[in-house]
Design a protein around this ligand. Structure first.
Ligand code: AMP
Ligand code: ZN
Length: 302
C-alpha cells in the first residue's frame, strides 16, 4: 500500500474525513472543521488589518459569467455545471422508468444557468466591474468558497469539492505585485508558526491540451504563478497549499475593470487551500490535535 492511500485510510479510520463513495468527495468531522476555523482566524490575524472587503459567494456562479471567464477554453477537464430535470409529467414517467431500468437517466437533464465555482475569485471580477471605476488606492477583497474541480483522486489533498480562502487585489501593477509579495512572505511566516516545512516555487495551472502547454510555459516564463509547497503525501512531491497569482491586466481587460484614471486594473489573487493546510497539519503533527506541539496549538487556538 502506498503512502497516499494509507494517509486517506488513516483519516477515514480516525473519522476526520468521512467516505461518501466518491473519490475526492468527503465529509469532514467537527475536529477537522475546527482546525480549518482556527486557521481562518489565523489568516484574519495576519491580513485583518489590511481592511479587505469580505464577500462570500455561494459555490455556484452565474453561467453567463462562467462562460465569459474563458474557463472552458483553459480547463474544460475540471469544470462542473449544474443540470436539472425541466420536463413535464410525460418526461417524468420516462425519467423514472429509465432509472428503474438502470439506464443513463442523466442525458435528459438540462443545463441550469449555474456553473460550479472553480476558484473563489471567479464571481468577484464581474461583480466589482459592475460597481464602476476602482479607486486609485486599489481594491482589496476577502473571499471564501467551496470550489469544484473534476479531478477524482485517492490522494486526500486532491478533492473535488474543497474550500479556498482568497485575497484578491485590484489596482496598479506596482500595487498588486507588492500585495502578492507581501502574502508570499506572510504565507511562509504562517506555516513556520505552524511547524510546517515550506518552500515556494514557480508553478503553472493545468491548462488543457496541446495549446495549453504553451500557456503553461508562458505563465512560468513570466513568473505569473507561485505556490507554497508543503510535504503532505510524500517528501518528494510536496503539495501546493497556497498559490500566488498575478494576472497582469488580463482579467481587468476581460471584465472591464478600470481605475479612476481610466487605466485598466491589474489583478492578483492569493489562495489558501483550506483542506490541504488542515491535512498538512494532521500529516505532520498527528491525527490527535491534543498532542500537537504547544507552539502550533497556540498559533491556532491562542
Ligand atoms: P489554484 O487556483 O489551482 O492555484 O488553487 C488554489 C489553491 O487551492 C491551491 O494552492 C491548493 O491549495 C487548493 N487546491 C487546488 N486544487 C485543489 C484540490 N483538487 N483539492 C484541494 N485543494 C485544492
Ligand atoms: Zn483567484
Amino acid at each position: 500500500m502506498d503512502m497516499q492511500v494509507s494517509l486517506l485510510d488513516r483519516l477515514f479510520d480516525s473519522g476526520l474525513l468521512i467516505e461518501t463513495g466518491v473519490d475526492g468527495l468527503y465529509g469532514r468531522s467537527g475536529q477537522f472543521e475546527d482546525v480549518i476555523a482556527a486557521f481562518e482566524r489565523m489568516i484574519d490575524r495576519f491580513g485583518g488589518a489590511d481592511g479587505a472587503e469580505a464577500i462570500r459567494f455561494p459555490p455556484g456562479m452565474a453561467m453567463s459569467y462562467f462562460e465569459k471567464s474563458g474557463y472552458m477554453k483553459s480547463f474544460p477537464q475540471l469544470a462542473g455545471t449544474v443540470h436539472s430535470f425541466c420536463g413535464n409529467d410525460h418526461d417524468h414517467m420516462g425519467l423514472l422508468s429509465c432509472m428503474e431500468e438502470g439506464k443513463d437517466w442523466t442525458k435528459e437533464q438540462k443545463a441550469t444557468n449555474i456553473a460550479l465555482t472553480p476558484a473563489a475569485c471567479y464571481p468577484l471580477y464581474p461583480t466589482v466591474a459592475k460597481r464602476g471605476p476602482i479607486a486609485m488606492t486599489g481594491g482589496l477583497y476577502d473571499l471564501q468558497s467551496y470550489c469544484f474541480r473534476h479531478e477524482p483522486s485517492r490522494e486526500p489533498t486532491r478533492q473535488q469539492m474543497f474550500r479556498m480562502r482568497e485575497y484578491v487585489c485590484m489596482g496598479t501593477e506596482h500595487h498588486v505585485t507588492e500585495f502578492r509579495q507581501k502574502w508570499m512572505d506572510r504565507g511562509v511566516q504562517m506555516m513556520e508558526e505552524l511547524g510546517l516545512k515550506v518552500e515556494i516555487d514557480i508553478a503553472n495551472d493545468p491548462f488543457f491540451g496541446r495549446a495549453g502547454r504553451l500557456l503553461a510555459n508562458n505563465q512560468r516564463d513570466q513568473n505569473l504563478k507561485f505556490e507554497l509547497l508543503i510535504p503532505v503525501n510524500s517528501n518528494a512531491n510536496p503539495t501546493a497549499c497556497m498559490s500566488f497569482n498575478y494576472h497582469q491586466d488580463a482579467f481587468g481587460t476581460k471584465w472591464g475593470l478600470n481605475l479612476e484614471d481610466g487605466s485598466v486594473a491589474h489583478t492578483a489573487c492569493v489562495g489558501f487551500g483550506l483542506e490541504r493546510i488542515a491535512l498538512a497539519l494532521f500529516a505532520h503533527h498527528g491525527l490527535d490535535v491534543k498532542v500537537w506541539p504547544d507552539a502550533v496549538r497556540t498559533a491556532l487556538w491562542g
